[in-house]
Design a protein around this ligand. Structure first.
Ligand code: PLP
Length: 400
């Protein structure tokens, strides 16, 4: 007789996972909605047009003729993919051009392009934080920074969001034989608020810590010419490393790390998420180069984005919604419980407005919210329509 105890199957948890199915059965499941057509600010989902009030396409460049033309041209010159890593057969002259242009745009010595923004942060943190180092993370840092810390061999310390006093207490206890890196988001993606770089920079200096800022939501939006949060505060030279993504203002996919030449050279030879994955496809790289050119030369687009931002923020605040202290085109509308958030999402979806419901673990369950965001290409009519729907549904559900 076999008396050996069988271990529990790793798949058992999948059988027990019924939450998503229950929400689907209630008709409230908001995720993985397939878009069948996109005309910039209007998308077709389930056969109906909806105003896209939940994208990160801040400058509305996904449909810009110059971006589309550049991407199409690159397809013909280089083919559809690189079929290999940057390290081996997957580096294009386009990648190197993009790195040079980004380094100059951001005011850093050098830059390295990754296949996603997630991988850029994962690759930077995991490579730099070694066995004898400590990385200090704001508790609201994006998941890819947290995952980079997990993947590293070093220690991780987390401080409460924006609590520089707590960070300082932790730095006071730092073992000086170890290296230190502070990693923060330039713009917090669920709040729309900026990192307090004017106070973080001197703190990092005082304790000899490196400072890294993830500017995923700031590029193209904040700072002179859209150069980001460090430039916004005039602190580009004081921030050691700036990371970011092409999946938001630059209307594509991919990510980057910008820093001193020796940091970039180290990452080129040590960053596993760079070396062990295929590189950014030619059409995306060319599209990003074209989008960067538009970003640099068309300042009106950013002005329109800020006018639209004000319109949406004023509209929501005017109705009595709590949108926190957002300073950016990210406008989080606090709803409260997960159930109320899903219900409000569904009613807005049915009314033709697409938003992003955000719940635990991204934010505490009791602070569930509808994350909305504006684009430069939204019209005032579209924003006003969305605000009217929020007003009607907010009243129906007793939210305002
Ligand atoms: C703050 C932040 N960092 C990094 C990323 C990752 O970017 P990507 O979509 O290019 O992987 C995101 C995207 O959600 C983000 O919001």
């Amino acid at each position: 007789m076999n008396t050996q105890i069988q271990p529990l199957s790793v798949f058992e948890k999948c059988r027990q996972f019924t939450k998503a199915a229950e929400i689907k059965a209630a008709g409230l499941y908001p995720y993985f909605k397939p878009i069948s057509e996109s005309e910039d600010t209007v998308v077709t989902i389930e056969g109906k047009p909806r105003i896209m009030l939940g994208s990160n396409n801040y400058l509305g460049l996904t449909h810009h003729p110059k971006v589309l033309e550049a991407a199409q041209k690159a397809l013909h010159v280089y083919g559809s993919g690189c079929t290999g890593s940057r390290f081996l057969n997957g580096t294009l002259d386009l990648h190197e051009r993009l790195e040079a242009e980004l380094a100059e745009f951001l005011g850093k010595e050098a830059c390295l392009v990754f296949t996603t923004g997630y991988q850029a942060n994962l690759g930077a943190v995991s490579a730099l934080v070694g066995r004898d180092d400590v990385v200090y993370l704001d508790k609201l840092d994006h998941a890819c920074i947290v995952d980079g810390a997990k993947m590293s061999y070093g220690e991780t310390e987390r401080f409460n969001h924006g609590d520089l006093k707590q960070l300082e207490r932790k730095l006071q206890r730092h073992d000086s034989a170890k290296g230190a890196l502070i990693a923060v988001d330039g713009v917090y993606s669920m709040e729309g608020t900026l990192a307090d770089l004017p106070n973080l920079v001197p703190l990092a200096k005082q304790y000899g810590a490196g400072l890294m800022v993830d500017d995923a939501h700031a590029l193209g939006v904040i700072g002179p010419n859209g150069t980001g949060t460090s430039a916004h505060y005039g602190l580009t030279d004081e921030v050691d490393m700036i990371t970011g993504t092409f999946s938001k203002s630059l209307a594509s996919i991919g990510g980057y790390v910008a820093a001193s030449a020796n940091v970039i050279d180290f990452l080129r030879h040590h960053s596993r998420p760079l070396i062990f994955t295929a590189s950014l496809p030619p059409s995306n790289t060319a599209g990003v180069l074209a989008a960067l050119e538009v970003l640099r030369t068309d300042s009106e687009r950013r002005e329109t984005l800020w006018a639209n931002t004000k319109r949406l923020q004023d509209g929501m605040r005017g109705l009595g919604f709590d949108i926190g202290n957002t300073q950016t085109p990210i406008v989080p509308v606090l709803i409260g419980s997960i159930e109320a958030t899903f219900l409000a999402w569904r009613r807005l979806f049915d009314a033709g407005v697409f938003t992003n419901p955000v719940t635990a673990p991204a934010v505490p369950a009791s602070q569930s919210r509808l994350r909305t965001s504006v684009m430069a290409t939204h019209t005032f009519d579209q924003i006003d329509f969305a605000v009217e729907q929020f007003a009607r549904i907010g009243r129906e559900l007793g939210l305002i």
